[in-house]
Design a protein around this ligand. Structure first.
Ligand code: 5AD
Length: 347
């Protein structure tokens, strides 16, 4: 078993069958070794540092209807909100002062925010904070729209592929959403020149180990700059309300495997992971993650942006939170950096 970890560590070829067998049979000892080697790889590439991104959840209106997601169109219980440009700028201003150099603008697929509005938001923020990176996470758009946002100053884009197998994708989404289009969007984003983030949920309904093997193979092929990966957590107002949440253990195994398969990847210890385990963030960092995305959204809206239940919402302001995390990660020998935190290939 350890040999397979070494193989990944040494960047040797592997196939789906070996990967599946490894995940299937992994024991405690191998798991520890896997995490250790994943951290070693991260440290080799980036050093023992953690990058910070300020997350601004600017709208929870969504025209999509993903079966797993709490802000899906058909959820009439969702308390919808949008931030104005002014409110958005306040979040950035506050974040900037607290030392954030990346702003992640995340939202549902909200038609109110037309391409021109997004373009304006990006240009205004970029103008005010030229040394900061702007990340968009606003779903599927056309090549032209993505290009327009990029030209306006957006640097990065997060769009999880959710699952790399078409039949499984269909079980998680209504028929108007297709894996084909998702993948096309991801390749378009790459072509335009964004630093791109893909990713998937661990333990999503109907997921088999084979699906995650496909996810890892797809990530290897796409070779994104970032990978967002967290456990599925059911939301009461969705068709998947009675489904089981993903496991902490499997999430950590996936994080470590992604680190070894894509050594240069920027890999967050996600809020979802920290929501199903009180030490989720720390465990994620010990499995090879190197990014944390604290919430810069106004406190009043944090609870409304509910993709899943029991979201671990910090009541702390970003600056206090940053201080708390700095202390927490110092205990495991990691240091927070105030920096855009670009992918190594961009330096
Ligand atoms: N549990 C965990 N993650 C979720 N997401 C959406 N709904 C859930 C859920 N119920 C993830 C999706 C999406 C990202 C923004 O949040 O992977 O891409």
């Amino acid at each position: 078993m350890k040999q397979f970890v070494d193989k990944l560590f040494n960047n040797q070829e592997f196939n789906k069958k070996e990967l599946l067998e490894f995940i299937n049979k992994i024991d405690e000892e191998t798991k520890d070794y896997l995490f250790e080697q994943a951290c070693k790889k991260r440290d080799e590439v980036y050093g023992r540092v953690v990058f910070f991104r300020g997350l601004i959840e600017f709208t929870n209106y969504c025209k999509s209807n993903c079966y797993y997601c709490g802000i899906r169109r058909s959820n009439n219980n969702a308390d919808r909100y949008r931030l104005s440009l002014n409110e958005l700028l306040k979040c950035c201003d506050y974040g900037y002062k607290a030392g954030f150099r990346t702003f992640v603008l995340q939202g549902g697929e909200d038609a109110y925010f037309t391409d021109n509005k997004i373009k304006e938001i990006v240009s205004v923020i970029k103008d005010k904070y030229p040394e900061c990176a702007i990340t968009l996470s606003i779903g599927e758009k056309s090549y032209e729209s993505y290009k327009m946002f990029f030209d306006a100053g957006a640097d990065r884009f997060l769009l999880r592929h959710e699952t790399a197998q078409a039949a499984h994708y269909k079980k998680l989404h209504p028929s108007e959403q297709t894996l084909e289009n998702r993948k096309k969007c991801l390749y378009n984003l790459k072509e335009i020149g964004y630093q791109v983030g893909a990713g998937f949920m661990v333990g999503s309904p109907y997921q088999k180990l084979e699906n995650m093997v496909e996810d890892l193979m797809f990530l290897k092929e796409l070779s994104p700059h970032m990978v967002g990966l967290g456990p599925f957590i059911p939301h009461v107002d969705t068709p998947f309300k009675d489904m089981k949440a993903g496991s902490v253990d499997m999430t950590l195994i996936m994080l470590a495997l992604v680190r070894l398969i894509l050594p240069e990847v920027l890999l967050p210890a996600t809020t979802a992971l920290n929501s199903i385990h009180e030490k989720g963030r720390e465990l994620g960092l010990k499995a090879g993650a190197n990014v944390i995305m604290p919430n810069l959204s106004p406190k009043e809206v944090r609870e409304k942006y509910t993709l899943y239940n029991n979201k671990n919402i910090s009541g702390l302001e970003a600056a206090e939170y940053k201080e708390a995390i700095t202390k927490e990660i110092a205990k495991i020998g990691l240091k927070l950096v105030v920096d855009r935190g670009d992918h190594v290939s961009m330096k």
